[in-house]
Design a protein around this ligand. Structure first.
Ligand SMILES: NC(=O)c1ccc[n+]([C@@H]2O[C@H](COP(=O)([O-])OP(=O)(O)OC[C@H]3O[C@@H](n4cnc5c(N)ncnc54)[C@H](OP(=O)(O)O)[C@@H]3O)[C@@H](O)[C@H]2O)c1
Length: 332
């Protein structure tokens, strides 16, 4: 094969906010699959906030990326050579293939695309890991009842957009929180939330009160920090908070909860969760979410960066909120 492989490796660990110099583009020969292996051409790479944690030295719930290693990442690809009994040339596959044009795999953790009728990228978004995260956190921890008010932060994003639409399907009032009038307009007008608070416009407490006049029963938190504190000022007794993410602190920021008192007096249940802890629930969740997408009950939006070279910049932009919906890279 005259084509070259291109990989994005972790060049250095960020001190504070991450920058483009923490990544390096490396060209190499396209790898050759051995017995029991396949060669996959990566078509679509998913960029996700958790990757920022993998760049750090410290311990987290998943292993860090070592210096010089290819950045970790979920992707959709095409099998271009197979020496594996279960995969054939031309198969479309989904798995952790990394920030690279070509990957060799022994097939572990790799699945064929569940339903070829849906767009390939949906398996990296609304019917993939982010959608399953929304499904799991809302369903298992939020457990919303019809008529309750569900507030979702980072509401226009990959996880938040699905969480809010699932809340609507469950018969709840869905209130989004997002940065800027364009994202808020999209959350209400296209995703069908009942209201959206633009946290960048100031007056967060007053805006939340207007959007959630009956208080908050479930807060699906993607952000932490000041927004979590503001919602804690509006929670009802017995509220549930699926703690999904703390993106306001990922890139060097401080994370603290000031309104701990509200957790006590309102008997709030706040529970963190990690979507990969329950892989047994993934197939059923994917099927249900794909059904909602096919029927138009769950809608989504994507921001696509062109070419692997654009991945570091797109990733850093996503941490700052420059993405609108699911952030992807069109690799090949
Ligand atoms: N627990 C799990 O297993 C699990 C799995 C997947 C994802 N997550 C978490 O879910 C969250 C959302 O992930 P995603 O993939 O759907 O990303 P996303 O929402 O598509 O993109 C990230 C968004 O976060 C918002 N944001 C960034 N900095 C912020 C800040 N300081 N304050 C408020 N909002 C900020 C931005 O939206 P605005 O422009 O609206 O600010 C940005 O667009 C992340 O925290 C992620 O770590 C958790």
């Amino acid at each position: 094969m005259s084509e070259k492989n291109l990989q994005v490796v972790l060049a250095s660990r960020p001190a504070g906010a991450a920058g483009e110099t923490n990544f390096q583009l490396v060209e190499s020969a396209v790898p050759v699959p051995g017995d029991g292996e396949i060669l996959v051409r990566v078509d679509w790479l998913s960029l996700d906030p958790y990757m920022r944690g993998r760049m750090n030295e410290g311990k987290s719930y998943a292993a860090r990326v070592e210096l010089g290693e290819v950045m970790v990442g979920g992707a959709v690809g095409t099998v271009v050579a197979s020496r594996h009994g279960k995969f054939a040339e031309g198969d479309k596959v989904l798995g952790t293939l990394g920030w690279q044009r070509f990957a060799v795999s022994d097939g572990k953790g790799l699945v064929k695309l569940p339903d070829p009728r849906l767009p390939e990228t949906v398996w990296l978004g609304a019917a993939g890991m982010p959608g399953i995260t929304a499904w799991m956190g809302l369903g298992q921890i939020g457990a919303p009842r019809p008529g309750e008010t569900v507030v979702v932060s980072a509401a226009s994003g990959a996880v938040g957009s699905v969480a809010g639409q699932l809340a609507k399907i469950a018969g709840c009032r869905a209130v989004g929180i997002a940065g800027g009038t364009a994202k808020c307009g999209y959350v209400v007008n296209e995703l069908g939330f009942d209201a959206c608070v633009d946290y960048k416009a100031g007056r967060l407490d007053a805006a939340l009160k207007a959007a959630a006049p009956d208080g908050v029963d479930v807060y699906f938190d993607n952000v932490g920090g000041e927004i979590l504190d503001a919602v804690l000022r509006r929670v009802n007794a017995g509220a549930r908070i699926p703690l999904c993410g703390l993106i306001s602190g990922y890139d060097g920021g401080e994370i603290a909860i000031r309104n701990v008192y509200s957790l006590l007096v309102n008997r709030v249940r706040l529970q963190g969760f990690i979507v990969t802890d329950r892989m047994d629930l993934w197939p059923g969740a994917m099927q249900e979410l794909a059904g909602h997408v096919a029927a138009g009950r769950i809608r989504y939006r994507e921001t696509v960066a062109q070419g692997l070279e654009a991945a570091p910049r797109a990733f850093l932009g996503m941490l700052r909120g420059e993405n609108f919906g699911k952030q992807l890279v069109k690799v090949s």
